[in-house]
Design a protein around this ligand. Structure first.
Ligand SMILES: Nc1ncnc2c1ncn2[C@@H]1O[C@H](COP(=O)(O)OP(=O)(O)OP(=O)(O)O)[C@@H](O)[C@H]1O
Ligand SMILES: [Mg+2]
Length: 252
């Protein structure tokens, strides 16, 4: 079943066309990676879907409902989450309270519709917070002030806050950026758990091609605001347009 669909999604900033007629579909349960060179429009695409930016043209449908034009909080409450939320970390609060607040805000928003889960299947804020602390191996840091976390753990807290809003579809914009190889490995493992155990659908923006080719079901390639190729990791690896535009022609 198609969970997310965009049609002719276009975003202009003055004279710059950051997104140019993007039509994509994401099926429930998929892990789709979005790749493309710097400035290709990847973050703009995410921000336009999650309501941080409004599209210049085109539409976004989530589970059959048109969401273009909705406020970001309404889109979050429908079940779309995102991991890059540095701005939403409260530096003076503990790791646990940061997660609990995001969870509480979503549970007690002005409306809460989840297309795929029954209301009585929700645990409380406390249960969800504990589950997330465990999944992100942040239990030992639960009482630490967010501002004193080391870099890698701060990045994990961003993912945790994204999960606290109970998404069915999660956008992750470069979750491994700046992480050590060990932290990257843990994050990849976490993404697998989110797909398998939490039955999530994920759209991942990632520059580490080893990670992308390893975990993606499908890869979308954006170049100058347009989707230029779409396929399995094997198809994308061998696509001449992708090699030219992004992989520099020399990728293995
Ligand atoms: N708020 C904005 N105002 C003006 N131009 C913008 C704005 N946001 C993005 N752009 C421009 O839109 C284009 C796409 O930028 P975007 O950040 O979406 O690229 P990206 O694919 O996420 O790049 P990166 O890999 O560096 O994160 C770029 O030319 C960028 O300069
Ligand atoms: Mg970006």
């Amino acid at each position: 079943m198609t969970l997310l669909k965009t049609q002719n999604l276009t975003k202009r900033f003055g004279g710059i066309t950051a997104l140019n007629g993007v039509g994509l579909a994401i099926e429930r349960g998929e892990l789709v990676s979005l790749i493309g060179p710097n400035g290709a429009g990847k973050s703009t695409l995410i921000n336009t879907i999650t309501g941080q930016l409004s599209p210049t043209e085109g539409s976004v449908h989530y589970a059959g409902t048109e969401i273009s034009g909705m406020e970001p909080f309404e889109i979050t409450q429908l079940g779309i989450g995102r991991s890059l939320q540095t701005a939403s970390i409260f530096p003076e609060l503990s790791v646990r309270d940061n997660i609990a607040i995001a969870s509480f805000a979503t549970e007690h928003g002005s409306f809460r519709v989840n297309f795929f889960r029954r209301r009585d299947e929700y645990g409380g804020v406390e249960t969800r917070t504990s589950e997330i602390l465990e999944a992100l191996t942040l239990e030992d840091e639960a009482d630490t002030e967010a501002k004193s976390l080391p870099y890698g753990e701060k990045r994990r807290l961003e993912i945790a806050i994204g999960l606290a809003t109970d998404p069915d579809l999660m956008f992750m914009d470069e979750p491994t950026a700046g992480m050590s190889p060990h932290e990257t490995e843990m994050t990849v493992q976490l993404i697998r758990e989110l797909l398998e155990d939490w039955e999530m659908t994920i759209l991942l923006v990632e520059h580490d091609m080893d990670v992308v080719f390893d975990i993606s079901d499908r890869i979308l390639t954006l170049h100058q605001g347009q989707l230029i190729a779409e396929g399995t990791p094997a198809e994308i690896r061998n696509d001449p347009r992708v090699r030219e535009a992004y992989l520099g022609g020399g990728a293995e």
